[in-house]
Write a protein of this length. Structure first.
Length: 239
């Protein structure tokens, strides 16, 4: 079925995991889902095997909601999704409604995640690849001023519960996002964090600071799936 959302044509398509999405075939991620009915299947399989009905899943850099809806379809207790891009939020919420998920199973935070609260410039992604929007330490021409939150602050204030499973895809801001939850990583860590990060030609994580942060909090890192300049990694806690 054909829909229009935000002035663009969208097709209602089913994924291999059973949930449906309104997809624009001019965007890389959405076009891939439309024609293959999946996105990053190796990541989805790790998440699908991991989730239980008691999980609180943080989807940091939620984009249009693919991983969130996988989690909700499997039956997790709660999804807490973060994305500061208003276009992504509108598509995410339309897709959430399309699937008829219960509103009490989602908290959507339309803010970026970093190491401290404040305001930052957000470099908006081109319409051909809405998944590459990113925070910038400097003012960006045509950028969007967004609010940044630290996860520790939100958890400490009991605005959201601590996560049991996390996915982080924030285009180079992974260390800052995790630094902003250092207290939680020490006192009540999730059992698994799945993240995308820059890698070298052998698939090793480029940021030694990020790798050290995870190791220092008791996580063991493993790369999954194919890689080029970026790779997906699973960090499992040793507890």
């Amino acid at each position: 079925m054909l829909f229009r959302l935000l002035g663009r044509r969208r097709l209602d398509a089913a994924t291999v995991h059973g949930f449906r999405m309104l997809l624009d075939d001019t965007d890389l991620i959405q076009r891939t889902i439309l024609y293959s009915h999946a996105w990053e299947p190796e990541v989805s399989e790790v998440l699908r095997r991991e989730f239980t009905e008691e999980d609180v899943f943080y989807d940091v850099g939620a984009n249009i909601g693919y991983d969130s809806f996988l989690a909700l379809g499997v039956g997790v207790k709660l999804v807490v999704a973060f994305d500061p891009e208003p276009v992504n939020e509108a598509i995410y919420k339309a897709n959430f409604a399309l699937n008829g998920f219960s509103p009490d199973r989602l908290v959507f935070v339309s803010k970026a995640v970093g190491d401290r609260p404040g305001k930052m410039s957000f470099r908006r992604a081109p319409s051909a690849n809405m998944g590459i929007g990113s925070l910038s330490a400097e003012e960006v021409d045509g950028g969007l001023q967004v609010e940044v939150v630290s996860l520790d602050h939100m958890i400490r204030k009991k605005l959201i519960p601590s996560p049991t499973v996390m996915k982080i895809d924030v285009e180079g801001w992974e260390k800052e996002a995790l630094s902003g939850m250092a207290e939680t990583l020490s006192s009540n860590p999730p059992r698994m964090i799945l993240l995308e990060a820059d890698c070298d030609e052998a698939g090793r994580m480029k940021s030694q600071d990020l790798a050290d942060l995870l190791a220092g909090k008791g996580f063991h890192l493993q790369r999954i799936g194919p890689f080029d300049s970026k790779a997906n990694y699973v960090a499992r806690h040793s507890r």
